[in-house]
Ligand binder design. Structure first.
Ligand SMILES: Cc1cc2nc3c(=O)[nH]c(=O)nc-3n(C[C@H](O)[C@H](O)[C@H](O)COP(=O)(O)OP(=O)(O)OC[C@H]3O[C@@H](n4cnc5c(N)ncnc54)[C@H](O)[C@@H]3O)c2cc1C
Length: 261
């Protein structure tokens, strides 16, 4: 475990900000691009933990942890992080997670994200510059163009790396550029005609999207180790005893669990 302090906050869109934390122990980061860390924050009710993928792009292995976080209505971390200033501290453990680049280069790598599920792919893009993967496709699902976080950077990367194909999938606006497509990432995934023998697929973000995409890939005979999935599931408070919940709260939780299962 190490301590971090918040050095910079930037607004990326109405609902999304990036947060740069700095390690206080003088050590450098040691992780694989794509992994996440667990952050223990403290608010007026005490300590609580949330997981965040590292989104580092400029500096991968220094002493800074870049996070991109979207607002969740009524969320505890949201309340703290979207109302704090520089100087906020947290305790951090990690790295964790299996959403990393495959050791052996696949014929094609397909990276799929919804919204801030893009985060783990940002450091991976830097690592890809040192690899020999002949084709990489990133499908990024957003509702509208305000959610094109890092859109300019991704388009510049696509313009300067021949192996990289970028497809924005927009569900609530009409596409206007060559790299924009109407609808959901799952539709674009189908359009790519994934090949279970040569493709490797990474899925990150909304749990419902991941279930849909994985369901489709299973039908194509993809083996589980060729499809690495990371769901941005909501946190369950460890300390909240179920007996302390009201019937309405229990019903709400049961509905959420049903939605995400
Ligand atoms: C491995 C991992 C990596 C993650 N990385 C990131 C990241 O890089 N960026 C990021 O923004 N988030 C990420 N998350 C999600 C993050 O950990 C928090 O769950 C998120 O920030 C919401 O926390 P909160 O305290 O504001 O909301 P909570 O207090 O946890 O939730 C408040 C209410 O909103 C509901 N809720 C919470 N999240 C969602 C959601 N996504 N959609 C719909 N309802 C929801 C809950 O059921 C609850 O009722 C990651 C999660 C995991 C498991």
């Amino acid at each position: 475990m190490f301590e971090v302090i918040l050095r910079r906050i930037r607004e990326l869109s109405e609902s999304t900000r990036d947060f740069q934390f700095v390690r206080q122990d003088g050590q450098q980061l040691d992780y694989k691009p794509g992994q996440f860390y667990r952050f223990v924050f403290e608010d007026d009710e005490g300590e609580f933990e949330r997981s965040y993928s590292l989104c580092n792009y400029e500096d991968l292995y220094g002493d800074t942890l870049d996070l991109v976080i979207s607002r969740v209505v009524g969320g505890r971390a949201t309340r703290l992080l979207f109302n704090c200033s520089e100087g906020l501290t947290a305790k951090v453990t990690g790295p964790f997670g299996r959403l990393v680049l495959p050791e052996v280069d696949p014929g094609r790598l397909i990276m799929v994200a919804t919204s801030v599920g893009l985060a783990p792919y940002m450091p991976m893009l830097r690592e890809l510059e040192t690899r020999e993967i002949s084709k990489v496709v990133l499908l990024l699902g957003v509702r509208d163009r305000t959610e094109f976080i890092y859109g300019d950077l991704l388009r510049r990367y696509a313009g300067s790396h021949d192996f990289f194909d970028l497809r924005f999938c927009i569900s609530r606006e009409a596409p206007v550029a060559d790299d924009e497509f109407a609808g959901y990432v799952t539709e674009q995934l189908q359009a790519l005609a994934p090949d279970p023998d040569s493709d490797h697929v990474l899925l990150c973000g909304n749990p419902a999207m991941i279930d849909d995409a994985w369901g489709y890939l299973k039908e194509l005979n993809f083996r589980p180790k060729k499809v690495v999935r990371e769901k941005y599931v909501f946190a369950r408070e460890k300390k909240a005893a179920s007996s302390a919940l009201t019937d309405d709260q229990k019903k709400l939780i049961a509905e959420k669990m049903k939605k995400y299962s």
